[in-house]
Design a protein around this ligand. Structure first.
Ligand code: GLN
Length: 487
């Protein structure tokens, strides 16, 4: 079979084609590589396209299929954000610091997907070291939004979100420290999910802020999201924060419906600053949920208002420590022309890091320095405890909380690059889930002037099933997720 139209194809759709032998994984992979080639010049969602690796993995997948040993992801073309280590394949983190870095090992999820027979078509673009909300901080190139090429795809997983929206792969994996999976998913009209902190091993994920980083899927719909999470979650001793819990098949409980399901709508997530038409879409989405039998009530999470401030102390502090390893000695960019070791170190970091990364390192170093530590870092940790407690209380009363993912739809490239604070404000509704360590998902929740809006759900720790249940019910009652950009 040739000339297969891959637009909007889901994992289940592809699975059927593969299992019924209508298509081999080699053919399916070729179809995606052709699509990538055709539109990549416009979208720029890849740092590296790995055609050769993909072709080899597709042959392996076809062998598994012919032996009847396939799993749900066998033969499925996918992408990994370029901050996941991939053995023998360039892993840049979209930074000059790592522009030539070829890891000698695979991250946990890379290894997992390989062994399941998934097919990696390439590595997705991101804001340098995952710091940003538009992918414009990538030192390689900015990615464009498939719905409107003059607009940003969001960030930092802008490459993965754009690639899934543009059907350049069936799913992608991203990392979410303050919203980096959900906000770009919302801007690109796809499903983006951040699991409970510790559910997916981060071994081999290039660290940004270790008490916040979490890995999750970007997919076309909620079922695919549940399927991918079921495959990548689970204990790994190489990540000391990995949770040793039983992983259910998240796709099994999707259809339980919303009868009597308790949904809280926190007032603080409808503040000034939210675009009126985004608010309108989300309010409409909430009434759809009510129509499906959910018990919806307004609630209040007053400490959520401090989450952004807390994040911009904790995340840069951890980043400043994590990024101290880039010293030009062990690996990565290195200035070898300096007279002294110190000068070499300074120049390496001067040239290797972009402006946003330097800003974060300076902020973090300042917040951690003696004399300021108590006033900033310690205080932020205390407020973090309050935010966490407030969510715990809320989930005694509600199964999930519903709110917008981002205060606006995708903005124009260049609109916010001169104003870091405006950029930071994009994540005001996503950051609280990272601060509290709880799972959250963004699903397509409508369109405003042709641009996707994201509806977000949060649930209590390890309550992913409830999250998927709510998201699935909403998705089935709407058709936003079936729409694809005209690329
Ligand atoms: N946009 C946020 C930041 O710049 C979140 C990034 C992320 O989740 N990796 O830090």
């Amino acid at each position: 079979m040739t000339g297969v139209d891959v637009r909007g194809l889901t994992i289940r759709g592809a699975r059927e084609l593969l299992d019924s032998k209508q298509l081999s994984s080699v053919e399916l992979t070729d179809a995606y590589l052709t699509r990538v080639e055709e539109i990549e010049g416009e979208v720029n969602s890849f740092v590296t396209v790995t055609s050769e690796v993909a072709s080899q993995q597709a042959v392996f997948a076809d062998r598994l299929i012919s032996l009847g040993e396939q799993g749900i992801l066998t033969g499925i073309p996918m992408q990994l954000k370029d901050n996941f280590c991939t053995k023998g394949v360039l892993t840049t983190c979209s930074s000059r610091m790592l522009e030539n870095f070829i890891p000698p090992y695979d991250s946990h999820v890379t290894e997992r997907l390989k062994s399941l027979g998934a097919v990696m078509v390439g590595k997705g673009n991101l804001d340098e070291f995952a710091m940003g909300s538009s992918t414009e901080n990538s030192a390689i190139k900015p990615t464009r939004n498939p719905w409107d090429l003059d607009r940003v795809p969001g960030g930092s997983s802008g490459g993965p979100a754009a690639a899934v929206a543009a059907s350049q792969c069936i799913f992608s994996l991203g990392s979410d420290t303050g919203g980096s999976i959900r906000q770009p998913a919302s801007f690109c009209g796809v499903v983006g999910m951040k699991p409970t902190y510790g559910l997916v091993s981060r071994y081999g994920l290039i660290a940004f802020a270790s008490s916040l980083d979490q890995i999750g899927p970007l997919t076309t719909d909620v079922t695919d999201s549940a399927l991918v999470l079921s495959q990548i979650a689970g204990y790994d001793r190489r990540d000391s924060t990995s949770l040793n819990v039983k992983i259910p098949d998240y796709s099994k409980s999707l259809e339980e419906g919303l009868d009597g399901f308790r949904i809280g709508v926190p007032r603080e997530y409808f503040t000034e600053g939210i675009a009126p038409n985004v608010e309108k879409s989300i309010r409409e989405a909430i009434s759809i949920l009510e129509g499906l039998g959910a018990k919806v009530s307004e609630t209040s999470l007053p400490h959520s208002s401090f989450a952004l401030a807390v994040y911009y102390i904790i995340a840069p502090s951890e980043a400043s420590a994590n990024l101290s390893r880039y010293d030009g000695v062990k690996y990565g960019h290195s200035d070898r022309n300096a007279e002294t070791m110190w000068e070499g170190l300074e120049r390496t970091r001067q040239d290797g890091f972009g402006p946003e990364v330097k800003r974060r390192i300076m902020l973090g170093t300042y917040a951690l320095s003696s004399g300021y530590y108590d006033a900033y870092y310690l205080k932020a940790q205390k407020v973090r405890t309050l935010i966490r407690g407030e969510f715990e209380e809320a989930f005694k009363e509600f199964d999930v909380l519903a709110m917008p993912t981002s205060p606006s739809t995708a903005f124009n490239l260049g609109d916010k690059t001169d104003d870091p604070l405006q950029m930071y404000l994009n994540d005001i509704f996503t950051i609280p889930a990272n601060i509290a360590g709880i799972p959250a998902i963004s699903v397509p929740g409508g369109f405003v002037e042709g641009l996707p809006v994201g509806l977000q759900f949060m649930s209590g720790a390890l309550q992913e099933q409830k999250l998927f249940q709510a998201a699935y019910a909403y998705e089935q009652a709407t058709d936003w997720h079936t729409q694809t950009p005209s690329l």
